[in-house]
Design a protein around this ligand. Structure first.
Ligand code: SAM
Length: 207
């Protein structure tokens, strides 16, 4: 446990993220639940608990500097990534996580209850069929191509809402397929500790 705390705290320092003790405790409690449930329910292909800290928790938290205020939707959230770490670290934010896999959303509901995350709503469903009040930010990680993300979740964004796509290598080919009416607003290279390869955050919006 101390080993995981150390890895997390070192990474937070490198990312210059200043979290309070309650937030660190909750991140570690989420990690513990993920490790436990993953054994029975196969929620993520990452099985090594140490690797889960860097590849899941820290990777999710690396986009915090670009998260604004209001309502955030994490689409194709899986076991709650990046939505749950963001909800833990930004209690002022209204976070909704959405996934079509019932096993994964049941896990997220359990995390919500055990951690007392009042700012988290979990939805089970296919994004293209879900109706909900408009979101200011729609984020996704390892969900779909940028084009599919915009097409499938576009109806859930507020008129000035932004889409934050977490990607590995700069996705040049995907950007050539952006549907009409949307444009790339910003690109950030994420400097992550303990991660092989590049990570990028792309911010898109309506024209
Ligand atoms: C590769 S996982 C990524 C999970 C998580 N975002 C992460 O980074 O670990 C993609 C997830 O998208 C979900 N998914 C795929 N199509 C979907 C759809 N149309 N609506 C909602 N969720 C969907 C799958 O159930 C799966 O959990």
């Amino acid at each position: 446990m101390d080993r995981y705390r150390h890895t997390l705290e070192q990474a937070l320092k490198q990312l210059k993220l200043d979290l309070n003790e309650t937030q660190v405790e909750r991140l570690l409690a989420y990690h513990q639940l993920l490790v436990k449930w993953n054994k029975a329910y196969n929620l993520t292909a990452v099985r090594d608990p140490q690797e889960m800290i860097s590849r899941h928790l820290v990777d999710s938290l690396s986009i915090l500097p670009w998260i604004g205020s209001g309502r955030l939707l994490d689409v194709g959230s899986g076991p709650g990534l990046p939505g749950i770490p963001l909800a833990i670290c930004r209690p002022d934010l209204d976070v909704t996580t959405l996934d079509s896999n019932g096993k994964k959303t049941r896990f997220q509901q359990q995390v919500r209850i055990e951690l007392g995350l009042d700012n988290l709503t979990v939805i089970n469903g296919r994004v293209e069929q879900v109706e909900a009040a408009p979101f200011d930010m729609i984020v996704s990680r390892a969900f779909a191509s940028i084009s599919d993300m915009l097409t499938l979740s576009g109806h859930l964004a507020a008129p000035s809402g932004v889409f934050l796509a977490m990607k590995g290598l700069y996705p040049e080919a995907e950007l050539e397929q952006i549907p009409a009416g949307f444009s790339l607003q910003d690109v950030h290279r994420l400097n992550l500790p303990d991660t092989d390869g590049e990570r990028h955050l792309l911010i898109l919006g309506r024209i």
